[in-house]
Design a protein around this ligand. Structure first.
Ligand SMILES: C[S@@+](CC[C@H](N)C(=O)[O-])C[C@H]1O[C@@H](n2cnc3c(N)ncnc32)[C@H](O)[C@@H]1O
Length: 303
């Protein structure tokens, strides 16, 4: 991939990007984050604090969440007009059905913009029991585009009293390559992913994985949702080769095998002397797994 020059967007000028990624405009993808140098597995690409944070709960309806978002945005507009302006400069995709406009402190068009920006950019934060406890919008992490086979994933620790987010590389990333997250658990099937991306983010995904899975029959997709390669016997995998499932390696190495987890595993950050860790951590359940022990039995697997 080309090494792209930095683009001087208003956002890039307002908050200088951290050194490992820079904002660039990519055709058809808008603002994007690009690696500025070779990145090692597990390296922390950025740490970001929320621009806006509002509470939620498993019982909250969309109307409750919208009201909480608008209240938090209103406070921000009063306490920090520049941060509020920054919030309004984030990408705003499709506007969700406006359920709380009558109680909004903003005029209808601004309310719609805020709800759309929230839908495209908010990250759900979960408590220790993995229930949604808040939503947060981050000034830099909002520039990560989506890929169904991401090369980075986010970690957050709200149960430690922090809403900060860090993003770690899953594997080597060459300079100039775009860094992408998955906007939802990577084990979702093709149709579910496409529907969510269109409805909430307003685009059709044409990533490498989607191009392959667009040609799958329904039963192949079900196999992936049921655990993908994990449900596939090793002999079958060898017989079929990787032609129909070229991303099998990704699932084996980077998708957490804890039941109902769906998290992504990233290596722990490299040590101070730059040595890459051979321990991977799940960004949802926190499970640690040694590289080469993909079946999780504590023994090194054979090749
Ligand atoms: C969180 S923002 C990412 C930053 C955004 N590109 C921008 O210009 O600010 C999400 C939006 O980025 C765009 N986007 C993200 N991933 C994409 C992809 N794989 N292909 C095309 N557009 C994408 C969509 O418009 C989506 O609603």
């Amino acid at each position: 991939m080309l090494v792209l020059p930095p683009v001087s967007t208003p956002m890039a000028a307002a908050s200088s990007p951290p050194p490992l990624v820079q904002v660039a405009d990519l055709a058809g993808r808008g603002r994007s984050l690009i690696a500025t140098r070779h990145i090692k597995p597990g390296e922390i690409l950025l740490s970001d604090s929320p621009l806006l944070l509002y509470p939620s709960s498993p019982a909250a309806s969309d109307a409750d969440d919208h009201a909480a978002l608008l209240r938090a945005a209103h406070s921000l507009s009063l306490s920090s007009p520049s941060s509020f302006h920054q919030l309004l400069s984030l990408h705003a995709g499709p506007t969700p059905p406006v359920s709380s406009s009558s109680s909004s402190p903003f005029p209808p068009s601004l309310t719609a913009t805020l709800l759309a920006a929230d839908r495209s950019n908010a990250f759900a934060l979960a408590d220790a029991r993995r229930r949604v406890s808040a939503y947060a919008i981050y000034p830099l992490a909002s520039f990560f585009n989506h890929d169904c086979l991401p090369n980075a994933c986010r970690f957050d620790y709200p149960d430690r009293g922090s809403a900060d987010l860090t993003v770690r590389a899953l594997h080597d990333i060459p300079p100039g390559r775009e860094v992408c997250l998955s906007y939802f658990p990577v084990n979702w099937g093709y149709k579910e992913r496409q529907a969510r991306l269109l409805e909430d983010y307003g685009f059709r995904c044409e990533c490498d994985r989607c191009r392959v899975e667009a040609n799958w029959k329904d039963d192949e997709e079900n196999m992936e949702e049921d655990g993908g390669d994990e449900g596939m016997a090793e002999e079958e995998e060898e017989e079929e080769g990787d032609g129909d499932f070229p991303h099998a390696y990704f699932f084996v190495k980077f998708v957490c095998d804890v039941e109902n987890c769906g998290g992504t595993l990233a290596p722990l950050p490299p040590s101070d002397d730059g040595t890459v860790s051979d321990v991977l951590e799940c960004n949802v359940c926190g499970k640690l797994r040694k590289e080469g022990d993909e079946d999780g039995d504590g023994e090194m697997d054979d090749d």
